[in-house]
Write a protein that binds this ligand. Structure first.
Ligand code: MG
Ligand code: MG
Ligand code: MG
Length: 305
């Protein structure tokens, strides 16, 4: 049987990396020939999880060949996937984002409006009657903690919380202690260049005619990250020129107090001002209570474009 490549989105987060590993484990147990892959570098938070378990990251790939069999996890959009997705054969999608894909053939599509792909994945394991062992449970619960910022994000549902608690038992972790250690590990930007920071968790999106990148950086101290403001701005200007963007939005998210400082540059920063009803001063503003790009940022940008 031909190999099936499983991968999450570009600029992968903990959910994308762990979902490819967890889906690969499930598919292997179901007798399929699969390989867990990733479309970019591992961030510090994901590195914490992989080191905790002593396991390797999925294989780094840049693209797939024409006709390759693929399973997408934690994304359902061309913009966030391999460049050659249109010529690949999408077998399955397991996701928790808005639908951003169209195919000319039927696809197994399992998506739910929950906080994390792993919450959906948990149900796939239950449906298939496959046991969730300690390692798989740790991968799953780590992603739920990551995507929901320890259940504080408005994307977090009762189901995410309930399943995460169950998984934490199997994983034998104290969810608060482990979760905080993991999230804090992700705020360490010291080993990354400005260019890398601006790519770590960046998503491209179109808001009508407006071409945007929205990048999110987690921190325990907005002030610390703002010390790099002018370097970040120079880096952002470069990305805007290279990618011909209309706006670049950097969200610096305080995981302790649940706010985001935004730095926005480009011709269309007015979209940010309008969407959040703020005035940018020196390209920046505080967005009180905003932590979720998916639920609190993308929708208002879409509505106001
Ligand atoms: Mg993700
Ligand atoms: Mg996710
Ligand atoms: Mg995220």
């Amino acid at each position: 049987m031909e190999k099936i490549y499983i991968f999450g989105h570009k600029n992968p987060d903990t959910d994308s990396i762990t979902s490819s590993l967890v889906m690969a484990n499930l598919e292997t147990k179901l007798g399929n020939n699969v390989e867990a892959c990733r479309l970019g570098n591992i961030n510090k938070e994901t590195e914490f999880v992989l080191n905790y378990l002593g396991i390797e990251a999925p294989k780094l790939i840049e693209d797939v060949e024409d006709g390759a069999n693929v399973i997408l996890v934690d994304h359902a959009s061309n913009l966030e996937s391999v460049p050659n997705l249109d010529n690949a054969n999408i077998l399955k999608v397991v996701d928790h984002h808005k639908l951003g894909l169209s195919t000319s053939y039927p696809v197994y599509y399992r998506a739910e409006p929950v906080g994390c792909t792993q919450t959906v994945m948990y149900k796939l394991y239950k449906d298939a009657g496959i046991e969730i062992d300690k390692k798989i449970a740790t991968l799953m619960v780590s992603a739920i903690i990551s995507d929901t910022l320890l259940f504080k994000s408005p994307t977090c549902t009762d189901e995410d919380l309930k399943i995460a608690k169950e998984l934490a038992k199997i994983a034998e972790i104290d969810i608060q202690t482990y979760g905080m250690d993991m999230l804090k590990a992700g705020t360490d930007l010291s080993s990354f260049s400005i260019e890398e920071i601006l790519k770590l968790d960046a998503k491209e999106a179109m808001f009508k005619e407006i071409k945007a990148v929205i990048n999110q950086v987690n921190t325990a101290s907005i002030e610390e990250v703002m010390k790099m403001k002018s370097e970040l701005e120079n880096g952002i200007e470069k990305v805007i020129n290279d990618k011909k963007l209309d706006v670049f939005i950097l969200l610096i998210t305080d995981i302790i107090n649940s706010n985001s400082q935004v730095i926005a540059l480009g011709e269309k920063v007015s979209l940010v001002e309008k969407a959040f009803n703020v005035k940018l001063e020196n390209n920046t503003a505080l967005l009180k209570g905003v932590v979720s790009r998916k639920k609190q940022v993308i929708p208002v940008l879409t509505e106001n474009a």
